[in-house]
Design a binder for this molecule. Structure first.
Ligand code: TXA
Ligand code: MG
Length: 328
């Protein structure tokens, strides 16, 4: 299959035709690129699982173009859920709600809840609107690989398997949406993201943050290895440890690299390193692009621990998975 890459209105028009014919289209969002299908078309949705190599028990997020569509796919929307929707949608957040009957069970992996997301990216919303149907979409990467934040990342990974990539340039946020479960009495964050726990707590009064045990039960996706570069990767909680490991690997003839916070880059002078950025927002925006670079050019990746707070904590949630939990 030939994979076309189109920008702007050309991409939207062609993409909508493909979706209406039951095909798959990659489209940009503010978080990462998504691999979309008509959420109401079971066979189109099944194709997403095949192309990604994704386990069938991992549910997909349904993307909408306008807030009113939420009532079409979800039912029993609580007061708390409405508050979150009001405060953060459109934006980098997915709300888990009780699913409406019209949503096929292949989308929700047989579950009674559905993840709903209204992206804050104009091109994404225009595309979904043109399709005239909600769009089921996971991140547009082969399962377990690094999520794409540029059309080039998708092309590299999925060329020949999908007919069209709508190129919207770099994703502004850079990591996947925050996921909050609002189908339960106590709102619970299942995946941290740019909308942080403290932001949500200020809206809701109280929110439970994800803990290992909860996550496994509620977000099936979390039990699989995720966001992994093809080279070996470890997390370093102290610069001295990173430097020692770097030297050890270099002496063995490997090509190590250190990924660090901008403020620490001088510590690694003379070594091969890349700065993740100086601010939290920069770090979120850059992280996946740098992982893609590193896996191309290096064979051992040492990444600084950025701590557990706020947006950096959300980035660390991904990086810890990329490293398979390996800490120096
Ligand atoms: O930013 C994002 O959310 C991107 C863009 C494309 O919108 N999408 C994305 O999708 O990251 P994906 O499939 O790569 O990750 C979605 C996660 C999975 O871990 C899945 O298990 C979880 O959301 N999920 C989806 N529906 C769920 C549900 N009903 N209950 C619990 N977890 C759910
Ligand atoms: Mg993903």
């Amino acid at each position: 299959m030939n994979t076309e890459v189109l920008k702007g209105i050309d991409g939207i028009k062609k993409g909508a035709e493909i979706i209406k014919d039951g095909g798959l289209v990659v489209f940009p969002t503010e978080t990462v690129y998504g691999l979309g299908a008509d959420a109401m078309n079971e066979s189109a949705v099944s194709e997403i699982f095949k192309v990604k190599g994704r386990p069938q028990d991992n549910p997909l997020i349904v993307h909408i173009s306008d807030i009113e569509q939420i009532n079409m796919i979800a039912v029993d929307i609580s007061e708390q859920a409405r508050k979150v929707v009001e405060a953060y949608m459109p934006g980098p957040i997915t709300v888990i709600l009780k699913k409406g009957d019209c949503v096929p069970s292949v989308v929700t992996a047989g579950g009674k809840t559905v993840g709903v997301r209204l992206p804050n990216n104009e091109l994404a919303r225009a595309f979904i609107r043109e399709c005239g149907t909600p769009i089921a979409a996971p991140s547009a990467n082969t399962s377990t690989k690094i999520s794409p934040t540029k059309a080039e990342h998708v092309y590299e990974d999925l060329k020949g398997k999908i007919p069209l990539i709508i190129d919207g340039g770099d994703c502004e946020v850079g990591i996947e949406s925050t996921i909050i479960d609002l189908s339960v009495d106590t709102p619970t964050i299942l995946r941290p993201g740019a909308i942080t726990a403290s932001m949500l707590a200020s809206t809701l009064g109280r929110v439970d943050t994800f803990k290992g045990e909860v996550i496994v039960a509620k977000a099936p996706g979390m039990k699989y290895k995720h966001y992994a570069p093809s080279c070996e990767m470890v997390i370093s909680d102290k610069p001295e440890k990173a430097i020692t490991k770097y030297k050890e690997k270099s002496a063995l003839g490997a090509k190590p690299i250190i990924l660090c916070a901008g403020k620490n880059k001088d510590l690694y002078r003379g070594m091969s390193y890349m700065s993740l950025g100086d601010t939290d927002d920069e770090i979120m925006r850059n992280v996946y692009g740098l992982l893609h670079e590193c896996e191309k050019h290096c064979d051992y990746l040492i990444c600084e621990d950025l701590g557990n707070d706020g947006k950096c904590g959300s980035v660390m949630n991904r990086l810890m998975k990329s490293a398979g939990g390996n800490v120096l």
